[in-house]
Design a protein around this ligand. Sequence first.
Ligand code: MN
Length: 202
Amino acid sequence: MVFKLPELNYSYDALEPHIDKLTMETHYTKHHQAYINNANNALEDQDKFKDMDVVELLQSLDELPDEIRIAVRNNAGGHYNHSLFWEIMSPEGGGDPEGELGKKIEEDLGGFEKFKEDFKKAALGRFGSGWAWLVLDDGKLKVVSSANQDNPISDGKIPLMGLDVWEHAYYLKYMNKRGDYIDAWWNVVDWNKIQEKFDKAK
Ligand code: MN
């Protein structure tokens, strides 16, 4: 399928002061758009693969022709990852996960505070560019990280939330302080959306 930018449900400055307007606008209109363009270009002449949706593609990396495998892995991955990232943030975000998801975080991850600690460790510990994730893996919640634009889908896991820790996601405002960006990010996490994804994934 021909990929395009998903609609953003808030304005570029809506997540201020945690994510600044210029970072948001550049990230969405330039970085995400570039992943989309590159993915579309790579798949253009691939009759067998061009009608797949992005999840199918990320589940099928091994079947792709050698000459497009890396381009699809990086750019379809980049498209999926950023689409999820925009979706699970909201100006009304923050607070604690409640309900079934909150309970599951208690059970599998030792509670919200412990989860936040482990998530920060994964996000800070990812050397260079990548993502930190909350995933559902065989019915259990887990915290993992990935390099570049790799996605847990390619390892058979279901991503529920992801944090972009590429420098382009925070450098304009936080410069080298990735930890401050991670701490601030919890204020915009939309737990209702993540609960929805959890409900669908179970
Ligand atoms: Mn990014």
